[in-house]
Design a binder for this molecule. Structure first.
Ligand code: FES
Length: 206
């Protein structure tokens, strides 16, 4: 018997239908479990095991390998600052310092209110637009320390229900990668990746 509501089970069924083997759906189902609880609980892991036919230990071995599967509750906004090579050379450590300082949240931590989490991340594939920062996995490129501070203040004050990458890029970004072109209407509604059908609003069909 599933612990997920009918809508979540329907999403799980649509994810499973994309794969010839149930076990192949383990990663999107882990994101689905995260979208239910905001992070990956033991119950979520057990649920994914049920849906995939894997054991909870096998599911956990996948989840523990990837840093984007969070085992602890995160804030409403997860700010991820890249400090890998291209971003580091463009001042990524200074941007991270500024975000930590403005938010009062050290790298890897969440504030007491549960509003902001801050983390440094390895390359997020936006090296051409270094320094790259994400909020709930929605990308901003060309971020400076001052823009990073402004981003934190905006999240604290505006508390947007949906974080949209184009809006944040306009407000807080700078130089973008060559392929920053496709306009996105939707965005993320929580601190987990907004892959369809998870957490994205207005972002197109599933
Ligand atoms: S090094 Fe930062 S996005 Fe690649």
């Amino acid at each position: 018997m599933s612990i997920w509501n009918e809508a979540t089970q329907e999403r799980a069924r649509s994810i499973l239908a994309r794969y010839p083997e149930r076990r192949s759906a383990v990663m999107p189902l882990l994101y689905l479990a995260m979208s239910v609880d905001g992070y990956l609980t033991d119950e979520g892991v057990a649920e994914v095991a049920e849906w995939t036919g894997l054991t909870p230990a096998q599911v956990l071995s996948v989840a523990s390998f990837y840093t984007m599967y969070k085992r602890e509750k995160k804030g409403k906004y997860l700010i991820s600052c890249c400090t890998s090579l291209s971003c580091m050379l463009a001042g990524g450590d200074d941007v991270l310092d500024a975000i930590e300082d403005e938010s009062g949240v050290p790298d890897g931590e969440t504030d007491e209110e549960g509003l902001l989490s801050v983390e440094h991340v390895e390359c997020i594939g936006a090296c051409g637009g270094a320094v790259a920062v994400q909020v709930n996995y929605e990308l901003i490129e060309g971020v400076t320390p001052e823009k990073g501070r402004a981003l934190v203040r905006w999240l604290k004050e505006a508390r947007p229900a949906v974080v949209n990458p184009d809006e944040m890029q306009t407000l807080f970004g700078g130089r973008t990668s060559f392929d920053w072109a496709i306009k996105e209407e939707g965005g993320a509604v929580g601190p987990f990746p907004a892959f369809q059908p998870l957490g994205t609003v207005g972002g197109g069909e599933e």
